[in-house]
Design a protein around this ligand. Structure first.
Ligand SMILES: C[S@@+](CC[C@H](N)C(=O)[O-])C[C@H]1O[C@@H](n2cnc3c(N)ncnc32)[C@H](O)[C@@H]1O
Length: 295
């Protein structure tokens, strides 16, 4: 990670989501109010405005599509499917009694910002690397200051673990029904930091729900991204690290005392959220997992 620059991939996710929300065939994945909140958020920073302009310009958006095809085909549709997975599962968990939502490596994701006013009795916490966390907080404060039930913690998870981050301030309470989310982050951490994250979650809530994504290794039949993506991410100082085959995730979870509730790839998510089979080859590589602590 570049210690002095907000995560470029965090901007890329929001840019891809904005693009998908403007495509009639994918619009059902991103509600109009969410699409509007992305636009409002991105409009409040120079890099965000640059990203909006790229999506809106006729030539620049064509170039973005070509670039995406060369690196990771249909990754923007994947972002929209991935966001739908997290939003629908978090809302289901809140409906069944979850009272704390912790987003690890939240980037510029707006789930907590969009939900914290709707659920005033639920605490939302976002953790990210300081370079991204401070930029996000500055934007959020400029747009609409959060209520007391939304907090931001700036931490480098590869240096200080999740438990240290969360216990540094009395923001969330141990042993309260909590869902942890970690979307598009584990692939940037080493295996030790990933395992520590699972262990630290259980210290807070032995019955925690955990929604996360993981990346199938390059070269696997479950990953259709190209080598250019790895090179691009290295240039952006966000090199990839931890990868795992979808078929190995169940055993991995058992090893860290979690139970795998569901695994979703883009083909399944497309069918589930758009009620039709994909018309094109979707992204393969990052997959979504729903798990529960089983200690
Ligand atoms: C691809 S972005 C995903 C952002 C967000 N979760 C989303 O899906 O929209 C990866 C995020 O992981 C964060 N991240 C990567 N390594 C980290 C670390 N060592 N400590 C804290 N955050 C980290 C980055 O700052 C960035 O916000």
């Amino acid at each position: 990670m570049d210690a002095n620059k907000a995560s470029s991939t965090a901007y890329t996710v929001m840019q891809g989501l904005l693009w998908a929300s403007d495509q009639p065939q994918y619009a059902p994945l991103v509600d109009a109010d969410i699409s509007q909140s992305i636009r409002t958020f991105l409009s409040a920073s120079p890099e965000g405005r640059r990203r909006i302009q790229q999506v809106e310009g006729v030539i620049s958006t064509r170039m973005l599509r070509i670039f995406e095809k060369l690196l990771a085909p249909n990754i923007s549709v994947h972002y929209a499917l991935r966001k739908k997975f997290f939003l629908s599962n978090v809302e289901k968990l809140i409906a069944s009694g979850t009272r704390q939502v912790v987003n690890i490596g939240a980037g510029f994701d707006l789930l907590a910002w969009n939900l914290h006013k709707k659920y005033p009795d639920v605490k939302f916490v976002e953790i990210d690397h300081p370079s991204t966390s401070y930029e996000k907080l500055a934007i959020i404060n400029a747009v609409s200051a959060p209520e007391a039930n939304l907090s931001f913690l700036a931490f480098d998870l590869s240096e200080e673990g999740l438990y240290t981050a969360l216990s540094s301030q009395d923001i969330i309470e141990p042993n309260v029904s909590t869902v942890f989310i970690c979307e598009g982050v584990f692939m940037y951490l080493d295996e030790g930091s990933v395992i520590n994250t699972f262990n630290d979650i259980q210290k807070f809530d032995p019955k925690a729900a955990f929604l996360f994504t993981a990346l199938a290794p390059f070269g696997s039949s479950e990953n259709n991204s190209t080598w250019l993506l790895r090179t691009y991410l290295r240039l952006k100082k966000e090199p990839l690290d931890w990868c795992i085959e979808p078929s190995a995730i169940g055993a991995f979870l058992t090893g860290v005392s979690f139970k795998c509730d569901a695994i979703l790839d883009d083909d399944k998510a497309y069918l589930e959220y758009l009620s039709r089979s994909p018309e094109t080859v979707l992204h393969k590589g990052e997959f979504m997992v729903s798990a529960t602590s089983s200690i």
